[in-house]
Design a binder for this molecule. Structure first.
Ligand code: HMG
Ligand code: MG
Length: 315
């Protein structure tokens, strides 16, 4: 029997964008083989992910781990119905994205001046001007433009970030032609009430269908914050397989909330994701083995332990 959402106000379906291959792996100090990245994307697709942030077209001097962006994009299978996005900080990045036939580009402006300088070496206003031609060119080529508002819940350099600053960046990103806005807790400090307040500000300008949450899980609040968003009807979230990642310019921040943990929560609420948790755990186990550690996902570890137990106790 198909489960029904336990609370009628919650969405009945949620879209998860797995950003692990990009936001996750960008933070790995040791090189990750191109084949491993490609295999990870394939396993995510096999598990039912229909939106995957594959890589970034940023300076290889700034983020060496993403230097094989073209090779990864050229090697992945591109089944119909799966959207592959890439991060593009400027027109040079956009040209790479276009050559790689990305379906969608991701731009990112901070709600904190200090973070903007550290992350992309320019002010918020300058970053918006850099993104303007990227958004224009992407739309001219029929590519969707997803925009992230970094440090919307707090900044590693300046601390507090005001709701006015968040709303201002949301508006500016919409003004330059962004199709979608993601509210990003880059350092995972946000708590539920503040997340709802930031989302409510964004919803003054962005339709529900084009608003998402991007929560790093540094303080262990991400699942609660996602539930808080569901209560507002927000039904798109960025998540990262095995909880991979962090941002190279937000020291100490952990990865995005693990896709497995979010899928477990959502399926428990009777919310459809189209994702097969068993296959997703396989993808998490695969990449974690490649990286030489356990998944940073409670659900993946519990699932793997249960599988092992079943094997050991099988008559
Ligand atoms: P810059 O040094 O100010 O730029 O960097 P520049 O225009 O002076 O160029 C310097 C060099 O980089 C030149 O090469 C350019 O050609 C090259 P050189 O002449 O020295 O040999 N270059 C590029 N190469 C490849 N691809 C490009 C590109 N652009 C310039 N696109 C820049 C400015 C933005 C490029 C740099 O600061 C950068 O790449 N930063 C990396 C930012 C990044 O990837 N951060 C992590 C991702 S953001 C994130 O994780 C947050 C998010 O998840 C949401 C959240 O959690 O908040 C999205
Ligand atoms: Mg991020």
């Amino acid at each position: 029997m198909k489960p029904t959402p336990t609370a009628s106000r919650l969405p009945s379906r949620v879209t998860l964008v797995d950003v692990g291959p990009r936001d996750g792996l960008q933070n790995e100090a040791a090189p990750v083989a191109t084949d491993t990245k490609v295999e990870l994307v394939h396993r995510l697709q096999a598990a039912g992910l229909r939106e995957i942030e594959v890589t970034s077209f940023v300076s290889p001097k700034w983020v060496p781990q993403m230097a094989d962006n073209q090779a990864v994009m050229a090697a992945i299978h591109r089944p119909a119905g799966v959207r592959h996005s890439v991060l593009t900080p400027n027109m040079k990045g956009f040209e790479g994205a276009l050559a790689a036939r990305a379906d969608e580009v991701v731009i990112f402006a901070a709600a904190s001046e200090a973070f903007s300088q550290r992350n992309i070496n320019c002010s918020i206003a300058e970053s918006i001007e850099r993104f303007r031609p990227v958004a224009e060119a992407a739309r001219a080529h029929g590519m969707k433009v997803r925009a992230a508002v970094s440090c919307a819940l707090g900044c590693p350099y300046q601390g507090e970030v005001s709701l006015d600053a968040v709303e201002d960046v949301v508006q500016r990103l919409l003004d330059i032609g962004s199709d979608h806005i993601g509210i990003a807790d880059t350092i995972g400090v946000g708590t539920a009430a503040r997340v709802q307040a930031a989302m409510t500000r964004a919803l003054k300008h962005v339709p529900l269908a084009e608003l998402s949450g991007h929560f790093h899980d540094t303080y262990g609040q991400a699942l609660t914050n996602i539930y808080a968003c569901l209560e507002l009807g927000v039904h798109t979230f960025d998540t990262s397989v095995a909880g991979l990642g962090g941002c190279p310019y937000a020291k100490g921040a952990t990865g995005n909330v693990a896709t497995e943990d979010v899928v477990y929560l959502l399926h428990g609420l009777g919310i459809d994701t189209g994702i097969d948790l068993d296959g997703l755990v396989d993808a998490a186990a695969f990449i974690s083995t490649q990286l030489g550690r356990k998944p940073a996902s409670r659900v993946a570890n519990a699932w793997l332990a249960r599988r092992q137990h079943t094997l050991e106790t099988r008559p």
